[in-house]
Design a protein around this ligand. Structure first.
Ligand SMILES: Cc1ncc(COP(=O)(O)O)c(C=O)c1O
Length: 398
């Protein structure tokens, strides 16, 4: 059977997260493992109304094939929002609507990567990007993160020794760590990249979900000719529409359009029309404020519970937005061992391992606070603290 499959697919391991999600079918298990937005916040009624209006006003054309680049007014909306919210000048012609930003990653791999091409990635990094670029048989160079973003010294040496075509970053409230790059770190990264020909992918699905502080400059504003910016409506409106986008310079966009034509001709036109109608008839910022309010309180609850329950020596990030925080156990302990204990205590999370490209066991883990209510977060952290104490008592793995 093995000979049936392409090398490209055989080399990519199945998603570890799916395995964990199986355990979460049990309703008595508290899950910090999922990476989903909260369905309780979906603007379902408003989307129903937008759908009705599109049917009433759009004619049969709303059910027709459409252009590969995406619905023009939606691309204009995105460009206007970049200008209003970030002071970023983007020409709508440089925007390609994709089937979620995940497709953006796949198209970038398809259009830019030959087998063995080198890609710099954050360690830990977004699992979906590792998977997407692995399909195109990228060779990864992982650069460690600290609380301010990718570390500059290892980045400089990687840029000097590798011939990296791409560098992939999630600069705001990163999945999985919750870390955001400071303004100073962004400048250092841009400076480090000055003499290279590496293109920077700035994947920013969480930037709008900021609980505190002000939005730093985007890489796209600092290095427009070398940055490919990805965005998504999955975390701010709904993920089921699968609507995201890529902003890229002309020459790259042209190739991405060809790659997309080969993949799916165009993104679902009907959902683009409904989403655009929703955006015209509703106040997206007010909706995002609700998300910020809820996730912000859930983050606070999680950090407070961690402060109260966890034993000494456990480090966590303090995300200013997004959906995730990152926990580091003392050196020598494996998060996957903790998971086995945690499952018995009926709480689950994602061990750090799949977010690294080295295949090793790591002492870090991801907790998601977006879908669990405050009381359940407190109980889940209590259970997790119990599992951590058990692990620490057993001592380090031999
Ligand atoms: C960093 C990052 N990029 C991309 C995606 C994919 O999002 P979309 O639903 O737009 O495909 C996610 C989803 O969790 C993500 O965390």
């Amino acid at each position: 059977m093995q000979e049936l499959f392409s090398d490209r697919i055989s080399d990519v391991p199945p998603s570890f997260i799916r395995e964990i999600l199986k355990v979460t079918q049990d309703p008595t298990v508290i899950s910090f493992a999922g990476g989903l937005p909260s369905a309780a916040l979906f603007p379902t009624k408003a989307i129903q109304a937008a759908t009705q209006k599109v049917f009433e006003t759009g004619g049969n054309e709303i059910l027709q094939y459409s252009t590969t680049e995406g619905y023009g007014p939606l691309r204009e909306y995105i460009a206007t929002r970049y200008r209003d919210k970030m002071g970023l000048e983007v020409n709508p012609d440089n925007i390609l609507i994709t089937n979620g930003s995940q497709q953006g990653l796949d198209l970038l791999g398809k259009a830019l990567l030959n087998e063995g091409d080198e890609v710099i990635i954050e360690a830990p990094g977004y699992l979906g990007a590792i998977q997407a670029f692995s399909i195109y048989r990228a060779r990864f160079h992982a650069v460690p993160m600290d609380d301010a973003g990718m570390q500059v010294t290892p980045l400089q040496s990687t840029l000097a020794t590798a011939r990296a075509k791409l560098m992939y970053t999630v600069p705001n409230f990163q999945n999985p760590s919750g870390i955001s790059y400071t303004n100073a770190r962004r400048r250092e990264v841009v400076e480090a990249m000055q003499d290279s020909r590496t293109l920077l992918i700035e994947d920013d699905p969480y930037g709008d979900i900021r609980f505190e502080g002000t939005r730093p400059d985007s890489f796209a504003s600092m290095m427009p000719e070398r940055t490919i910016l990805l965005g998504s409506f999955s975390k701010t409106v709904v993920p089921s529409f699968r609507l995201g986008w890529i902003v890229a310079p002309d020459s790259i966009l042209e190739k991405l359009v060809i790659a997309k034509q080969a993949s799916d001709l165009h993104t679902n036109y009907f959902s683009q029309r409904v989403l655009y109608q929703y955006l015209c008839d509703n106040d997206l910022d007010a909706h995002i404020e609700n998300i910020i309010d809820k996730y912000g309180r859930q983050r606070d609850t999680m950090l407070e519970a961690i402060g109260r329950e966890f034993p000494d020596g456990i480090e966590t990030t303090h995300p200013d937005g997004g959906m995730f925080l990152w926990v580091r156990l003392p050196e020598g302990y494996a998060a996957r061992d903790l998971l086995q204990k945690a499952i018995k205590d009926k709480v689950v999370f994602v061990p750090g391992d799949p977010f690294y490209v080295d295949g090793l066991a790591h002492n870090s883990l991801r907790l998601s606070f977006s879908t669990v209510d405050e009381a359940t977060i407190a109980e889940g952290i209590k259970r997790l603290a119990l599992a951590i104490r058990e692990l620490l008592q057993e001592g380090r793995a031999a």
